[in-house]
Design a protein around this ligand. Structure first.
Ligand SMILES: Nc1nc(=O)c2c([nH]1)NC[C@@H]1CN(c3ccc(C(=O)N[C@@H](CCC(=O)O)C(=O)O)cc3)CN21
Ligand SMILES: O=c1ccn([C@H]2C[C@H](O)[C@@H](COP(=O)(O)O)O2)c(=O)[nH]1
Length: 276
C-alpha cells in the first residue's frame, strides 16, 4: 500500500473534521464565475516522505508525474517564466498577454548572486555546495523576494527548499506558504521528490527524506465532495521510480529520463475546478 495515500487520507480527514472554515471572511481567490473560493484549512501541516522507502505518488487518483516534472524543470532548469516553454496549460490564467508570469518562480531561479565561490544563481549554488561542501547547513533556495512581489503573476507558494546531507543521504525541506490540497498537493510532493532524486544523482548522493511543511493546507469548498469520494477509494502500492543513470549533469535531465514502474491507480477525476 502506498504510504503517500495513507498520509494524504489522514491529512484530508483532519482538515475536514478539525479544519477552520473561511466562510464569512473576505478571501482573495475566486472561482471562474467570480464566486469567492472559500476553504477549510489546517495551519502548520508537516508531512515526511522517506524516498528510500517508496516514490510518494498517490494511487487514489493519477498524478501526472511527467507534467509535474515538466513544470519543475521549467522552474529549476530552464529558469523560465514564459508559459510557451511549459508543456501544460496550468499557468495560463496567471500569465500576461505575452505569456509571462513576471518575476516569479523560474525568473528568480535565474538571478545571479555573489558567493565566496563565484557569481551564480541559486540552483548552481545548491549544486556547487552539494558537491564541494555537502555537510554545510547553508544549502537552500528562497524565491520569496519582497522587492519583486508586485511584478509576480502569483506570489510563490512553494517558495523555499533547504537541503541537508546526512551521511550519504540528501534530504530536503520544502517550505510552502499555501497549498491547494486537491489540485496540487501530490503534484508538489512528486515534483520535489524527483528534484531530490535528480540532485542526489548528479552530486554522488542517494535520496533521503522529503519533509513538506505547509503553512495553510486547504481544501476549497467546491473540492470537498471530490475529496470525500477520493479518500474512500482503494489504495495500491506506489509505483517504483528511478532516473536514467547515464545523466551526470542536472541540466541534461528531461522528462524522458524518468523510469516509472507499473503505476496501478484509480480513475482520474476530470475537470477539477481551479480557484483563480
Ligand atoms: N487554486 C490554485 N491551485 C493551484 O494548485 C495552483 C494555482 N491556483 N495557481 C498556480 C499554480 C498552477 N497549479 C496547478 C494548476 C492546475 C493543475 C491541474 O489542473 N492539474 C490536473 C492535471 C494537469 C495535467 O495533467 O497537466 C490534475 O488533475 O491535478 C495543477 C497545478 C498549481 N497552482
Ligand atoms: O505550486 C503551487 C502553486 C499554487 N498552489 C495554490 C495554493 C493556493 O490555493 C493558490 C494560491 O493562492 P494564494 O491566495 O496566493 O495562497 O495556489 C499550490 O498549492 N501549489
Amino acid at each position: 500500500m502506498s504510504k503517500a495515500d495513507k498520509l494524504f487520507v489522514n491529512m484530508c480527514k483532519d482538515i475536514l473534521e478539525n479544519g477552520y472554515s473561511s466562510e464569512g471572511q473576505t478571501v482573495r481567490a475566486v472561482w471562474e464565475d467570480g464566486t469567492p473560493a472559500h476553504t477549510i484549512k489546517k495551519f502548520g501541516v508537516v508531512n515526511r516522505y522517506d524516498l528510500q522507502e517508496e516514490f510518494p505518488a498517490l494511487t487514489l487518483r493519477p498524478t501526472a508525474i511527467k507534467s509535474a516534472v515538466d513544470e519543475l524543470l521549467w522552474i529549476w532548469q530552464k529558469k523560465s517564466n514564459d508559459i510557451h516553454e511549459l508543456n501544460s496549460k496550468i499557468w495560463d490564467e496567471w500569465a500576461d498577454e505575452q505569456g509571462s508570469i513576471g518575476k516569479a518562480y523560474g525568473y528568480q531561479m535565474g538571478i545571479k548572486y555573489k558567493f565566496p565561490h563565484g557569481e551564480m544563481d541559486q540552483v548552481d549554488n545548491v549544486i556547487w555546495q552539494l558537491k564541494n561542501t555537502p555537510y554545510s547547513r547553508r544549502i537552500l533556495t528562497n524565491i520569496y523576494k519582497f522587492d519583486d512581489l508586485m511584478e509576480m503573476g502569483l506570489e510563490p507558494c512553494a517558495y523555499s527548499v533547504t537541503f541537508n546531507v546526512t551521511g550519504n543521504k540528501l534530504n530536503a525541506i520544502l517550505n510552502q506558504r499555501s497549498q491547494d490540497i486537491l489540485a496540487a498537493n501530490n503534484w508538489n510532493v512528486v515534483q520535489y521528490s524527483v528534484l531530490v532524486h535528480m540532485l542526489a544523482q548528479v552530486t554522488g548522493l542517494v535520496p533521503g527524506e522529503l519533509v513538506h511543511v505547509i503553512a495553510d493546507a486547504h481544501i476549497y469548498d467546491r473540492h470537498v465532495p471530490i475529496i470525500k469520494e477520493l479518500i474512500e477509494r482503494p489504495q495500491y502500492d506506489a509505483p517504483t521510480f528511478s532516473l536514467n543513470p547515464d545523466i551526470k549533469d542536472f541540466y541534461d535531465f528531461t522528462t524522458d529520463d524518468l523510469i516509472i514502474g507499473e503505476y496501478k491507480k484509480n480513475p482520474q477525476i476530470t475537470n477539477i475546478p481551479i480557484a483563480i
